[in-house]
Each structure stands twice: as C-alpha cells, then as structure tokens.
Design a protein around this ligand. Structure first.
Ligand code: DSN
Length: 478
C-alpha cells in the first residue's frame, strides 16, 4: 500500500461519517489523538494494524450468518464462509490446533462456548445416550429435569482472582459462577508463584469437572504440562484461557510446557490483546470437542460478526509473519526491562519480576492504594489500571496493585531503553504521591496528594518519550 493510502482511507471514512453525525467523526479523531499522546501501559490493550481496522468497516456488518461454514441458517453466506474459513485456517496454522472457532465476540463469549462444549460433551451427551435419545427435545420431562439439575451441579477449579485469575473462571459476579460450583487455587504466599502441589491437592479434594488455567494479572509463565497431568489425575477437562498471552504463544515465546495448545483439551482467547487483532475471541480444540464448540452460535452467542471475522483473518495472517515473532520477543524483553527498572528504583513487584508481558506493582510499598496510584499516574500522562494483589488488604475496588503491560508500547516501537525511562517516570510519580485524608480527617483509600507541577513535568516527559515513536505514522487526518 502506498504511504498515503492509509491516510486516504481513514480520511475518506471520516468525511462520510461527518456528513451524517459530525460529533461521531470528531470523537473518532479525538480518540486517535488521545491514543497518540498517552503512554499506554494497560496490559490488555494494543494497537491493531490499519488493515485490521479497515477490514471491520464494511458491508459484512450487514450479513446474518448463524451456523458455521457451509452450514448456515441463512442463504447468501458464501462470502462470510470465505472469511470465517480463512480466519479459522490462520488460527489453526498459527497455533498448531486441530480445530478453531472464530465466532466469539469477546473473551467471555469464548469461555462460555468452551464451558457449554465441555458440559455438552461430559454431561449432556452421556445423559442422552443413557436415555437412548438423539436430541434434548426427545427427552421425557423427567429426564430433562434431571439433566438440567446435573448440568447445574458441576464443579470448576480455577486461579483465584487476587492471584491474577479472571472473573469468568467461575466467580459469583459472573455467569460462570452461577453455572458452576467453583473453588480456586491461589499462589504461594512467599513467592507469589503457582504451587502445583497445592493445585493437585485442591483438585484431589474438590474433583472438578473442569480445571482452568489462565490469568489476567499473573506475571509469570504457567507449566501447562503439569496442569494437564493434574487434570488427568482427577478426570477433569483441562481448559486454558490464553487471552492475555496469546501473542506470546503465537510468536513462539511460550513453547513446550508453556504452550497451552498441545496440553489443553480446549483453549480460549481474545484476539485484541497481545495478539493485536480486532476486539473478539476464539476457541481452539481437538476433534473430540469440535462439534460441540461449533454449536457456540446460537447456543450462547448471538449472530456472528462477519466484519470482525474478516479482521480476525487479517490480524491472524499478520501474526503468521516472521516479524510477529520478533514483536512477541520484544514484548517480553520490554516487560523485563520495565520490571528491572522498577526494582532497581525500589518498587515492590508481585513475584519479584515477570516472564511475560505484564508487571504487577504492589503499591503498598509506596504507602498507596491501587486507586490512588492509578489516578496519580493518569494525572501524569501514564495510563495503567489498578489491580488486586495476592491477599489484597484493600479489596477488589481500591486494590493494592498497579498492573502494567508492554504489548501496546512495543507495537509503537519502544524498546528496553525507553522502558527504563518509563520505570523512572512511574517511580517518580508513585514515590512523590502520598495518601490523602477524607473529610473526617481519617486516611482515605481514594484521595491522594501529588504536586500538579510534578504531574505536568512527568506528562511532558512521557510525551517526549513518545515523540520518536509515532502511532499510525502513515495516518494523517489533516
Ligand atoms: N478486561 C481484560 C483485562 O483487562 O485483563 C480481561 O477481561
């Protein structure tokens, strides 16, 4: 594509939108400006390529395509079949999976598809067989009642939230916690690392139907071979949610025991985090679960989004290129450099460092809550998010941690030297912010004191750091 083609494409799109609702065009332009200006360290965000973004804005959005490739509930799906098949093929090849389902609209949707595939395979199919019925509609009222109770009486074992697990792994505020009786495994209180012996012990005691591995705030690798052995020892289905680290699997940074695909029965992911695609999800599995997974829509998903599947196909094709492996390695090198820079300056990190794309700072070391630290950093032009730490004394709202990740800044081209400067800026803000007091004079978990002149100075330094690394350099909106 000529250098000005991206500018032309985005400018023309905005011009067309402006003709209908100029405020939307303005907001889209403002979003690009904001993203260009902020030091984005949110571990779950990234910047998709222009090709990926453009693949989403077209008439595929208008097409209904319930069902799967070649087996739709609507006529005229031949072009949707093309992009869905392409996205699935790229996903299979990229991850070395036997089967890929690319319809989930998000990570939670991908997890729901996986949970229902497991329940269908492990609970519903045996019940149908026992009742000598081919379909749930053929069951008697009594058998249907018994099956519904059995479906609702299954167990899941996953990583605890404060150890870095995810809400969709069986926690009560999420639908998964209402579907499954859940228990969680934590991490070693001294090292902060997963203790596989304790996971095995919890599995032996609890006998889950599903053992889940995966995280959104654990800064280390997980040994999926050991986790699979634990699952096998209790007859559990082993599921891995690789939403956060899919880019590191795709880029062959996580291989062998740390690549979930050869070890798990089923793997779910988002496509927009370290994988750098459009917002969405996918599911990978072997042939045993493939038919159940393909029932995701209409089992738990609304109609597929063909425009997003087109963008998934583009992004997955990009991730199959050799330079994606360089990108994935750089994400981890950058996270390590950031962790080392913070440790050298006296920050306290959960697990003492990182093996992946994220770092979790325990900000109690600075006398702050996560909420205070998050806001002070934001005032200083540094975008992060607060997160619980293991055994968090401040609970899930205020928290005691700041989660930072490198996928987005690595996409912009920042390297290890810039990560050291980033560590310097973060430490400067946190070490010069103090906890504030509430109206009654008692310590507040939300209020903080930060000299506005310092916040301005750090904001300017953060902007300067980004000047050499323009975001979407070929896009000029004029
Ligand atoms: N919201 C994503 C994250 O930030 O980790 C996961 O759901």
């Amino acid at each position: 594509m000529p250098r000005n083609a991206e500018s032309t494409a985005f400018r023309s799109a905005l011009e067309v939108i402006r003709g209908v609702e100029p405020r939307v065009a303005d907001a889209i332009g403002a979003e690009l400006a904001d993203q260009r200006e902020s030091l984005k360290l949110i571990a779950s965000e990234n910047y998709a390529s222009p090709a990926t973004l453009l693949a989403m804005g077209n008439w595929f959005s208008d097409k209904y395509a319930e069902g799967t490739v070649g087996r739709r509930f609507y006529a005229g799906c031949q072009n949707v079949d093309t992009v869905e098949a392409l996205a699935a093929e790229h996903a299979r090849e990229l991850f070395g999976a036997a089967h890929a389902y690319v319809q989930p609209h998000s990570g939670i949707d991908a997890n729901l598809v996986a949970f229902w595939a497991i329940l269908a395979d492990r609970v519903e199919s045996p019940a149908l067989k026992k009742a000598q019925a081919r379909h749930v509609n053929d069951l008697t009222e009594a058998d249907w009642f018994a099956l519904r109770r059995e479906l609702g009486d299954q167990r899941m074992l996953g990583m605890s939230l404060d150890a870095g697990g995810h809400l969709t792994h069986g926690f009560r505020p999420n639908i998964s916690g209402k579907m499954f009786d859940q228990r969680s495994y934590g991490t070693d209180p001294d090292t902060g690392l997963v203790d596989y012996d304790r996971v095995a012990e919890a599995a032996r005691e609890f006998r889950p139907l599903v053992l889940v591995a995966g995280y959104s705030a654990y800064p280390r690798k997980i040994n999926f071979r050991i986790m699979r052995e634990i699952a096998d020892s209790v007859g559990a289905t082993f599921m891995v949610d690789m939403a956060h680290f899919a880019g590191l699997v795709a880029g062959k940074v996580f291989t062998g025991d740390f690549d979930p695909v050869p070890h798990a029965h089923i793997v779910t992911s988002t496509t927009h985090k370290s994988l750098r695609g459009p917002r969405g999800g996918l599911v990978l599995c072997g042939p045993e679960l493939a038919d159940q997974v393909d029932r995701g829509c209409p089992m738990v998903l609304g109609g597929p989004l063909p425009h997003v599947m087109a963008a998934k196909a583009v992004a997955l094709a990009e991730a199959r290129r050799p330079d994606f492996a360089d990108y994935a390695r750089q994400i981890v090198d950058n996270a390590r450099a950031l962790a080392e820079g913070l440790l050298r300056r006296g920050a306290k990190l959960v697990t003492g460092g990182t093996d992946n794309h994220l770092v979790l700072i325990d900000v109690t070391g600075y006398g702050l809550t996560g909420r205070q630290a998050e806001q002070a950093l934001l005032d200083s032009g540094i975008v992060t998010n607060r997160n619980a730490v293991p055994q968090d004394p401040n609970g899930a709202w205020y928290t005691s941690g700041i989660r930072i990740g490198t996928p987005a800044l690595t996409t912009r081209g920042l390297g290890t030297a810039e990560m050291d400067t980033t560590a310097e800026l973060i430490h400067a803000v946190l070490s010069q912010t103090s906890a504030g007091v509430g109206p009654d004079g008692t310590a507040s978990k939300a209020k903080y004191v930060l000299d506005p002149a310092l916040a301005d100075k750090i904001s300017r330094q953060a902007s300067e750091l980004l000047t050499g690394f323009p975001l979407y350099p070929d896009v000029e909106l004029g």
